[in-house]
Design a protein around this ligand. Structure first.
Ligand code: DAH
Length: 351
């Protein structure tokens, strides 16, 4: 006997599926209509996938004929929704409604501020004092000619003073890494006429064995003043004003005789020890003084080399910079300055 109730049930299932597809189609249509950005596009796309999954699951209850009918309806629904979604894809190139609301100026508490490298911080203090005294900052290259580093500064090829500053040579025999910032004296004088006061900071290189106080590259600051009636007392006054202006009034300057082939007379510059303030301690070997650089009246031969008239006068000085942050922060090893040890920087005041 034919089972009518079964037939009725099946028809009901098919009808309800058709109804479901129709309802979902209407609902999804209006959702697709309101797509305005990537977020709403993605949301609707996932919703379509979810609905399709449910439809496929419901199909299990249908017999083969019904499966054919309903399957076709589901496919039509799927194709229609996908093509409607596709037409909305252009909108998704626009920024999300949410991102528009991000206020980039809002302060973020989590930002960690850095600090100036101690070497740069100290150098800038030195520079500031000299700029206030009217010095102009001039830069020179770190790779220079043997001529500018030695020859023109009165250190010809076999000059013994070259040994004190042996540097790194590049394959080209006349090209070297500068061993001091005094190279800038030559470069500047060959292209400018006095009077001037220049200051030149930068890195220099020497073939020094690495130890606590030496690294093959370090920082120097060079000064050169050329003009009428410049005397040794101007040099002395400038050095005193520089030391007191940079480090504080309590520091004294001592000038002792020295030798540099490019100055005559030449002087060694000492300042009172920054650790014991001149009383005497381990750092200054109980002398109360620290050697900070060299200076002197520019040698007439140097002026002659750059083509200046015979009566030209001027003074020059050069300081090493690395020593100061080491002393200030009690850093015993010069290498530490180049190691970027964040924990150490935190200890001396940075983040
Ligand atoms: N160039 C010297 C050095 O590197 C320092 C120096 C000494 C610079 C005397 C000068 C100077 O300008 O006049 O040790």
């Amino acid at each position: 006997m034919y089972n009518y109730s079964n037939e009725i049930n099946k028809n009901r299932e098919e009808k309800s599926m058709k109804e479901k597809i129709k309802l979902q189609s209407e609902a999804l249509n209006s959702k697709i209509d309101s797509i305005t950005d990537t977020n709403s596009y993605n949301e609707t796309n996932s919703l379509l996938k979810k609905i399709l999954k449910e439809f496929y699951a419901d199909m299990k209850n249908l017999d083969n004929d019904e499966k054919k009918n309903v399957g076709k309806l589901i496919n039509d629904f799927k194709n229609e929704m996908e093509s409607l979604l596709e037409s909305k894809k252009d909108n998704t190139n626009k920024p999300n409604a949410d991102t528009k609301k991000v206020d980039l100026s809002i302060y973020n508490d989590n930002i960690k501020f850095g600090m100036k490298h101690p070497l740069i911080a100290v150098y800038e203090k030195m520079e500031e004092t000299l700029v206030r005294m009217g010095f102009e900052i001039v830069q020179g290259p770190e790779i220079d000619l043997d001529r500018n580093n030695f020859e023109m500064l009165n250190m010809e090829n076999d000059h013994p003073a070259r040994d004190m500053q042996d540097t790194f040579y590049i394959e080209h025999p006349d090209v070297i890494l500068r061993s001091h910032t005094s190279t800038v004296q030559i470069r500047y004088m060959e292209t400018h006429k006095p009077p001037f006061k220049i200051l030149s900071p930068g890195v220099v290189y020497r073939v020094d064995e690495i130890d606590a106080q030496h690294t093959p590259c370090f920082y120097q600051v060079e000064g050169l003043v050329v003009g009428e009636d410049i005397t040794f007392s101007d040099l002395k006054g400038t050095l005193i004003a520089f030391v007191k202006g940079t480090f504080g009034d309590e520091y004294e300057v001592r000038i002792t005789p020295s030798f540099y082939p490019y100055t005559e007379p030449s002087a060694g510059i000492d300042m009172s020890c920054v650790i014991c303030k001149g009383k005497g301690c381990k750092t200054c070997r109980n002398t109360g003084w620290l050697r900070i650089g060299g200076a002197g009246m520019v040698h007439p031969k140097v002026f002659k080399n750059v083509g200046y008239p015979k009566e030209t006068v001027g003074f020059a000085f050069g300081f090493g910079v690395n020593k100061f942050p080491m002393l200030y922060y009690g850093i015993p090893e010069m290498r530490t300055l180049y190691e970027n040890d964040i924990e150490l920087w935190k200890q001396i005041g940075g983040e």
